[in-house]
Structure formats: structure tokens, C-alpha cells
Design a protein around this ligand. Structure first.
Ligand SMILES: [Zn+2]
Length: 342
């Protein structure tokens, strides 16, 4: 049985670093040391096996699959080794940077996060609950699972897995977060630019640039029933992820103290069960439809960025590499297929 430190039910607000902040040595030290406990891994796999023993599995040419492992992640991938390693090393460095950006952490005794990185988008789709998404995060018991593909080489594949890792942090945190903020925060954090031992947060997500050709009313975006995954840029001409990023950015970095306090009130009300649209009006005192014309339109052209430093030596980028055991692989892929068809 895994024991968890009591988790705060308080809504998560991430505190931006001061301009040019370097982070105190204590902040820089890993909150995640304790997360190295890997002993429970076999237990989780046995659980997964038991659930999916009878499920047919696609795309398991076991020979092509490898297992990559460091102190925090265990990843299964049939991608080219160099692609998988590039994605995973970036994820490990991002994990380290994220400990400086967010108070949300993976709790004591948690298992290593499982990542499944498919070589092709087609294989990913066979193991995804939704057709529109590029990656997803899920939980099985106490095991956080990220699923993505390596087919978009370079920045996009790295961005997707970072984005899903933020969702893993959010899943651990357990606060009830509005959809737009859950996605907006994942976009703001995952777009962090890391160069050497320096990082810049607040930048536009590179591959989502120039996407404000059509703006969806924030009245829609703030609502509880707004489903981002149904808002494909191809069919609607709008990128609502971009808009979630902008609103999150504004409330974390651009708003004055008064507005930031209102934002905390909004998150608190939402976490207590108030509908997002009602919590918004109650907390902010204006309608969410006013966000674009009164606040965000001008802000979109002058978004600030912040710099910070992290201890690159703490990054555990030496992943061990082994061939995947066929039984373990079948269990994991079978589990994903079963989860996807629900
Ligand atoms: Zn997301």
C-alpha cells in the first residue's frame, strides 16, 4: 500500500518567479528526491496485467520496443532510439525546471511516471481515447501515465510530452481546476525555453504562434462545458489552446495585484464546486465576454517573459536502455486500448 502525504485541496496557483530570479538553493534542491522509490513498480504492472489479461493488443512487435529508465521516468517506446532519448532528456530537464515554476509536486512514495511514446501517430491513435489529441495523461491506481508519439520530431513532440507531464502534476494535486486553466497552465509551463542552465517562462508556445486569426468568445471558453478537444483549428479556424494560454499568462503575469487576488478567489470558488462561469462573474465582477476586448487583445501584443536558473547538474539524463519484455509491453498497451475504448 502506498502512503501519500496529505494533499492540499486548495486550488493551485503557480507563483511566477521575480524578473531574473535565480531561485534559492533550497528551492533548487529537488523536492522529488523521495520520488525515486521504484520498488512499487512491479506491483503496478501486476495490477495492470490482471485488468487487461484478455484484451487484444495492436502494434506490439515487441522486438522494436525499448524501455528507457531514469530516477523519475520509465518509458516504453518503439521510436528511433535517438528520437526517444531526445524527447526523454528534454522531459527530464523540464521536470527539473517545473519544480521551480510550480508548487505542485509529485507526492512521496509515488511511482515513476510511465511514458509510452509511439513511433507513429497512427499507432498513438489506436491507443488514444480521442482522435483529436496529440497526447494524453491518465492514472491507473497510483501510476501516472503519459501517452504520446514521436512522429512530430523536434519541438512539437517535446512540447506535447511536457504538456502532458503538467497534467500529471495536476492529477496528483487533485484540486478541481477549470478546463481552460488546466490547459492554459500546461501550455504556459510547457512552452518554457531552456538554454543551458537558464530558462525563460512566458514565451509563446513556438508551434502555436500566429494563431489568433479567429478568436472564440471567452464567455464560451470559461464555461464548464467547453471542450477544447472538440475545437480543432482545422474545423473552427481558432486555436482555443492559444486563448487558454493567453488568459492564464495574463492572470499569472500581466494582471495587477487586485486582479490576481480575484483570480485566487475564482479558483477557490471553483474548487468548492461553483460553476466556472458563475465563479468568474462572482470573483472578478465583470463578464468573461469582456476579457478579450478590455484586457487580452492589447495584452496579446506585449506579453512579458521571466528568466530563471536551475541546477542542471541535478538532471538525471542518463537513461538506461533495455529491450522491452513482451509480457510487460502487452500489459501496458492492452491497458491503453482498454482505457481508450471506454
Ligand atoms: Zn492538455
Amino acid at each position: 500500500m502506498i502512503r501519500y502525504r496529505a494533499l492540499s485541496r486548495r486550488a493551485a496557483i503557480f507563483t511566477p518567479p521575480k524578473r531574473g530570479a535565480t531561485g534559492s538553493p533550497s528551492q533548487r534542491h529537488m523536492k522529488f528526491e523521495h520520488w525515486r522509490t521504484a520498488l512499487q513498480w512491479p506491483v503496478a504492472i501486476v495490477f495492470v496485467l490482471a485488468v487487461v489479461a484478455s484484451v487484444p493488443v495492436l502494434a506490439t512487435d515487441a522486438d522494436t520496443w525499448k524501455v528507457y529508465e531514469n530516477g523519475y521516468f520509465k518509458a516504453f517506446s518503439n521510436a528511433e532510439e535517438s528520437d526517444a532519448l531526445e524527447i526523454l532528456r528534454d522531459l527530464e530537464i523540464f521536470r527539473l525546471v517545473s519544480t521551480q515554476l510550480s508548487p505542485v509536486y509529485i507526492p512521496e512514495g509515488a511511482l515513476k511516471t510511465l511514458a509510452v511514446i509511439f513511433r507513429t501517430r497512427r499507432e498513438f491513435k489506436q491507443h488514444s481515447p480521442q482522435n483529436q489529441v496529440l497526447g494524453y495523461a491518465t492514472f491507473s491506481k497510483n501510476l501516472g501515465i503519459i501517452v504520446s508519439s514521436s512522429s512530430d520530431r523536434g519541438i512539437e513532440a517535446r512540447h506535447v510530452i511536457r504538456h502532458e507531464f503538467v497534467h500529471i502534476l495536476q492529477l496528483y494535486h487533485q484540486a478541481r481546476l477549470p478546463n481552460w486553466y488546466r490547459e492554459g497552465l500546461a501550455e504556459v509551463l510547457s512552452a518554457v525555453d531552456i538554454q543551458g542552465r537558464e530558462f525563460t517562462v512566458g514565451e509563446l508556445p513556438g508551434w502555436r504562434r500566429n494563431r489568433l486569426s479567429k478568436v472564440v468568445s471567452y464567455k464560451k471558453i470559461v464555461r464548464d462545458d467547453f471542450d477544447l478537444t472538440k475545437q480543432s483549428i482545422v474545423t473552427t479556424g481558432a486555436d482555443t489552446y492559444w486563448q487558454c494560454w493567453l488568459l492564464t499568462h495574463y492572470l499569472l503575469f500581466g494582471a495587477d495585484d487586485n486582479l490576481k487576488r480575484k483570480f485566487v478567489t475564482y479558483l477557490t470558488l471553483y474548487n468548492e464546486g461553483v460553476r466556472s462561469e458563475d465563479a468568474f462573474t462572482q470573483a472578478f465582477g465583470f463578464e468573461s465576454a469582456q476579457l478579450w476586448p478590455k484586457h487580452l487583445k492589447a495584452y496579446a501584443s506585449r506579453v512579458p517573459t521571466y528568466r530563471g536558473y536551475y541546477d542542471r547538474n541535478s538532471a538525471d539524463t542518463e537513461f538506461s536502455i533495455e529491450n522491452a519484455a513482451a509480457s510487460e509491453l502487452r500489459a501496458i498497451l492492452g491497458f491503453l486500448i482498454e482505457r481508450s475504448s471506454n
